[in-house]
Design a protein around this ligand. Structure first.
Ligand SMILES: NC(=O)c1ccc[n+]([C@@H]2O[C@H](COP(=O)([O-])OP(=O)(O)OC[C@H]3O[C@@H](n4cnc5c(N)ncnc54)[C@H](O)[C@@H]3O)[C@@H](O)[C@H]2O)c1
Length: 445
């Protein structure tokens, strides 16, 4: 009954879609539904974000303000901090953060808080989907009992599913509509209706037999990346030791048309996913007495990269008869990846922190990031916030060392090579041509 009612609302496009958490994941998702003709209500705890949306303004790089405005003006999209409106929604999708605690255990507080609001305002006939990345079992062990506690029966009064988000911020080729969506319900009806819903906005939906499979699938994907990046980082250090050009080796290996997939080294891993998600899996495995060694090893190698970059910088300065202490160091790019503004878990923060603890005089240039704060738990440097500086000729000339931490495409690397004394390139941002014409000494990862 609930299944057929929801299917009708979805096929008529009269279903109202609620999205809890309008961040990198939730905002593109709700806009996609609204552009397809559904009415969407976005639920936020951040009043400014809700106001921005209602004023037709996007704060997410992959969503244009034009599209937000279009949806708001058509009366399709509203954002609110009033969770009582959850009762208006036929489908509710949870896209709240899933960080780690200081102990690196999963921090479930955001999911529980969203679940509590749903529990308060849910009514019979709703489909609830969790999209936040989390350990296998969250949907049926944590959320399902919360809704059943209200006296609602699964498959009769509500449906429940997990569908991992795979958005890759800043990727122009793959966006919500053309990234295949894995969907796993706690029951068969939940899978079917959730798959039908996503089928309205994505080209390919891949149903699986349970929410746990869908939860594990997301963690497998991101653990695969974390481990392969860990291997690339180890290979970079190995190649450096042997005096071989790491990047040339990867490029050559990538010509193999099967059995090899290139991953690239860097100053460390960042963002809300790759550094965190494998911990969700290993934490859950540990509860069952299983110790996942690949995950620990990759974590050890990846989290050691900022320290390795600092070592490269101090050796390079030492070769110039300079100490880190008192040297002017300019960090180019602080976002965790190219051409986006996301600073979460960015390895640049650790590098700056480590260098400041050694007495370096740090500035940074990043056109996407106006200010950097060091309010995370592990600050060992002076912790003073930094503001973006302009990349003037004088600034580059006066700097003892430039570290390229993020290879934003707006930076003129040719000019940097013309004016700098010393460059540590952790991203292979400098092409062979740029390097060939360089007046600066260049150290590469
Ligand atoms: N960013 C990515 O590239 C990406 C990719 C795939 C999966 N994910 C996963 O998706 C989830 C969301 O990530 P994100 O990057 O969108 O995070 P985000 O921080 O960009 O957005 C989360 C939003 O939720 C809001 N919020 C927090 N608690 C809330 C609550 N109780 N009610 C309503 N709103 C609340 C926050 O204010 C914020 O705007 C995480 O589990 C993450 O691991 C992220």
């Amino acid at each position: 009954m609930i299944k057929s009612e929801l299917e009708k609302l979805i096929s008529d496009k009269t279903a109202c879609i609620g999205v809890i958490g309008l961040g990198y994941v939730g905002l593109p998702l709700i806009v996609e539904f609204c552009l397809k003709g559904f009415r969407g209500i976005g639920f936020e705890v951040d009043t400014k974000k809700a106001d921005d949306i209602n004023n037709g303004k996007s704060y997410i790089v992959d969503v244009t303000s034009e599209n937000v405005r279009k949806c708001v003006d058509a009366g399709k999209l509203t954002a609110t901090t009033d969770f009582s409106k959850l009762s208006e929604c036929d489908a509710i999708i949870i896209c709240v953060p899933t960080p780690l605690r200081k102990t690196k255990d999963p921090d479930m507080s955001f999911i529980i808080s969203a679940g509590t609001e749903i529990q308060k305002y849910m009514r019979p006939g709703q489909l609830i989907i969790l999209e936040s990345t989390t350990y296998p079992g969250t949907t049926d062990e944590v959320l399902q009992p919360m809704f059943e506690e209200k006296g609602f029966k699964l498959d009769q009064e509500f449906l429940l599913a997990f569908s991992p988000e795979r958005v890759d911020p800043g990727n122009p080729q793959f966006q919500t509509h053309n990234i295949p969506k894995v969907v796993g319900g706690v029951t068969k009806d939940s899978t079917d209706v959730a798959a039908m819903l996503y089928g309205q906005i994505v080209e390919q939906v891949y149903p699986v037999s349970s929410a746990r499979v869908a939860e594990a699938c997301k963690l497998w994907e991101n653990t695969f990346r974390a481990i392969n990046i860990g291997m690339a980082n180890e290979m970079a250090r190995l190649c450096n030791t042997l005096g071989i050009d790491t990047w040339e080796v990867v490029r050559a290996a990538a010509t193999k048309p099967f059995g090899f997939m290139p991953f690239y080294p860097g100053p460390g891993i960042g963002g809300h996913c790759i550094p965190l998600d494998p911990h969700y899996l290993s934490w859950k495995a540990r509860q069952h007495g299983f110790d996942s060694q690949f995950i620990s090893l990759a974590e050890q190698i990846n989290s050691g990269m900022p320290g390795y970059v600092v070592k490269l910088v101090s050796t390079a300065l030492n070769n110039e008869r300079k100490a880190v202490n008192g040297s002017k160091i300019l960090v180019l790019g602080v976002a965790y990846k190219k051409d986006i503004d996301d600073m979460r878990e960015s390895p640049a923060l650790s590098i700056i922190d480590l260098l400041r603890a050694r007495g370096a005089d740090i500035s940074y240039h990043d056109p996407f990031v106006p200010e950097v704060t060091f309010d995370h738990a592990y600050t060992i440097g002076d912790g003073e916030p930094l503001r973006n500086v302009e990349l003037t000729d004088d600034r580059i000339r006066e700097t003892d060392c430039v570290i390229i931490c993020t290879e934003h495409s707006t930076v003129d690397y040719h000019r940097v090579c013309e004016l700098a004394h010393l460059i540590v390139d952790t991203r292979n941002a400098l092409t062979v041509e740029t390097r060939n014409g360089s007046k600066a000494k260049i150290v590469r990862l």
